[in-house]
Write a protein that binds this ligand. Structure first.
Ligand code: COA
Length: 273
């Protein structure tokens, strides 16, 4: 019994002191390799999810003024925070990627003090850069697609190119805003509730609620119907029920995967992987 307890203790020490930093340094990626399908056994996916949770609380959360409860994080080591005054409310979904980091940058220099405040239930995908020297306030249930750039400053003076911040004006997204892939939101823009910014748009002026703006410079291309939207806030309103549903799906899709099959898929993948 004592030997058993000792072995367990050594396992825990090894896990925390050796395996955890190792997983951190190799960015947890070998456990997340997916080729054509997820070949991991169910228990391995659960283990990775637990390690990711520990990583988020240990290394990511301290970088934020506030990081809310109940988030979903993918590859969190590729989520970068520079500077203070950055907060994200409850139930965010943040997706990092090796080739497209999420970056939150808040400057605190001279008279400039940046602030990034993100509401509940927001989705932020790889390559999104949010840079503030003034104030960027994002409402609840907003979705920001891959590679979008949101900034409240020019980052150099128009006539003084040695000036590091330049002109600044606050940026506001009201609730349920959806920013398309690679869109750019410039300083001083307010985007109204439920509005959508098309992929690749450059937004320099305010966008009223319930509208679609697209193009460069972005212009109104459609007005949305005055209906009740199904938002991420609705989708995530019962997180426990949702977690149970996702767990059931994982059991169903990964239940047949074996440790051997997963290892084989890493070193000798074939079309069945
Ligand atoms: C903005 C968007 C959602 C609008 O879709 P839609 O309502 O089906 O729009 P339509 O295709 O009817 O286009 C309406 C008009 O806007 C124009 N338009 C639409 N998207 C545009 C864009 N990204 N850039 C420039 N013009 C665009 C269309 O050419 C069309 O112009 P027309 O009326 O002169 O013919 C869609 O075009 C888009 O950009 N989707 C990408 C979303 C994205 O990035 N998702 C990533 C995952 S979160």
């Amino acid at each position: 019994m004592k030997r058993c307890l000792n072995s367990f203790k050594y396992f825990l020490i090894n896990f925390y002191e050796i395996i955890f930093p190792l997983l951190y340094h190799i960015k947890i990626s070998p456990l997340e390799i997916i080729i054509r399908k997820d070949n991991r056994p169910y228990w391995l996916k659960k283990l990775v999810t637990k390690i990711v949770k520990i990583y988020v609380r240990q290394f990511l959360e301290p970088q934020f003024d506030y990081l809310g409860k109940g988030g979903a994080y993918f590859k969190p080591s590729y989520i970068k925070v520079f500077g203070g005054n950055v907060s994200i409310d409850d139930y965010p979904t943040l997706i990092g990627s090796k080739d497209a980091h999420i970056q939150f940058t808040s400057w605190d220099i001279g008279e400039h003090k940046g602030e990034i405040k993100i509401g509940k239930f927001c989705l932020i995908t790889p390559g999104v850069r949010i840079m503030s020297a003034k104030s960027i306030i994002i409402g609840d249930a907003c979705m920001i697609a891959h590679g979008a750039y949101i900034s409240d400053a020019d980052w150099h003076g128009i006539y003084d190119r040695a000036e590091p911040v330049g002109n600044t004006k606050p940026v506001v997204f009201e609730d349920n805003v959806w920013i398309g892939d690679s869109a750019i939101i410039c300083k001083g823009v307010t985007i109204g509730k439920n509005s959508i910014i098309g992929a690749g748009a450059v937004v320099t002026k305010d966008v009223p609620p319930n509208s679609i703006f697209a193009g460069n410079p972005a212009k109104l291309v459609k007005t949305l119907d005055d209906v009740e939207f199904n938002t991420r806030a609705n989708f995530l309103e019962d997180p426990i029920k949702l977690a149970k549903e996702f767990d059931a799906l994982d059991r169903y899709t990964l239940g047949q995967n074996s440790l051997f099959g997963w290892l084989k898929s890493l070193v000798m993948p074939d079309k069945s992987n």
